[in-house]
Design a protein around this ligand. Structure first.
Ligand code: DQA
Length: 145
């Protein structure tokens, strides 16, 4: 049986491709979703891919993941640095959580160095560009067997 992974993306990631390409690259979120679907198939897992600019949507999807997902891959974007509510929601999830950042947040402004989500994450990937998502899927496929 293949496992289902929720891939949850936070604010402003809908504008990847246009948004600060020198930091985030020129690929769009749709490109990332396509890469993820391909990697999921190769690894015999299923994915559901989400993005919202609203904190409550991310929280609702984390709650929903408790019912059906074996793992969560999350790029909480700016909410990483601000949201205790997202950390609290993730705390209710029992499976593995991989936090992904396209950029290396530790090399950037100091306010990006701390992530609330990292406190709960099984693993953190930062600075791999958009490949961080597919690396996370490969690892999640090992964790959810
Ligand atoms: C990000 C890094 C965050 O600091 C930033 O707010 C984002 C994207 C990343 O993927 O590198 O929106 O999570």
């Amino acid at each position: 049986m293949s496992c289902l992974i929720y891939i949850i993306n936070g604010p402003n990631l809908n504008l990847l491709g246009q948004r600060e390409p020198e930091i985030y690259g020129k690929k769009t979120l749709q490109d990332i979703e396509q890469n993820c679907l391909k990697k999921a198939e190769e690894n015999n897992v299923k994915i559901k891919f989400f993005q919202s600019n609203a904190e409550h949507d991310l929280i609702d999807w984390i709650h929903a993941s408790r019912e059906e997902a074996a793992g969560i891959i999350i790029n909480p974007a700016a909410f990483s640095h601000t949201s205790i509510a997202i950390l609290d929601a993730l705390t209710l999830f029992e499976g593995p959580i991989i936090e992904v950042h396209i950029s290396n947040i530790h090399k950037r402004e100091t306010f990006r160095h701390h992530s609330y989500v990292s406190q709960k994450a099984t693993a953190v990937i930062a600075g791999f560009g958009i490949d961080g998502y597919t690396v996370a899927i490969r690892r999640m496929a090992e964790l959810c067997v």
